[in-house]
Design a protein around this ligand. Structure first.
Ligand SMILES: [Cu+2]
Length: 146
């Protein structure tokens, strides 16, 4: 809450996605991807997106250079311990000012589909997130086991 008070004064000045503008707006951090399992051509990408001081927004989609398609998923475990990953259509990707969307194992993630060369531990890739309002943002993603 203290942070919200600090940035409140900046909101009117910060041009969302503007060239050379002040830091702030949208922050994309801690992006990592699980290495692909043998014979598997998909991998889960995890990332944290924070609307620091940008107008209300929403993650519209994503792409990555190692994936033919990237789709948001939510891992769901049913009463029989069977996990499924339905696509995300609800408000999970909404980013009102100050909101943080945290993608982490057993929860929300970006599914990288159509992986060509296997993704190995330590590999790098690039993830681009697109938003309803904000300019697209590209961040490095490292392959890790966490
Ligand atoms: Cu998935």
């Amino acid at each position: 809450m203290r942070r919200a008070a600090l940035v409140a004064g900046v909101v009117l000045l910060a041009a969302c996605g503007g060239e050379g503008g002040p830091p702030g707006g949208m922050a994309v951090r801690d992006a990592w991807v699980r290495p692909t399992a043998p014979g598997v051509t998909s991998a889960a990408i995890y990332v944290v997106v924070e609307n620091v001081d940008a107008p209300a927004d929403r993650i519209l989609g994503a792409s990555a250079d190692r994936c033919s398609t990237v789709v948001p998923h939510q891992t769901v475990v049913d009463e029989n311990d069977v996990a499924s990953m339905p696509g995300v259509l609800g408000d999970e990707l909404d980013l009102p000012p100050g909101a943080v969307v945290t993608m982490e194992p057993l929860g929300l993630h970006l599914m990288c589909l159509g992986v060509g060369e296997p993704i190995e531990l330590g590999d790098d890739m690039e993830l681009t997130l697109t938003f309803d309002v904000h300019d697209p943002m590209t961040v490095p993603v490292v392959a890790a086991n966490r």
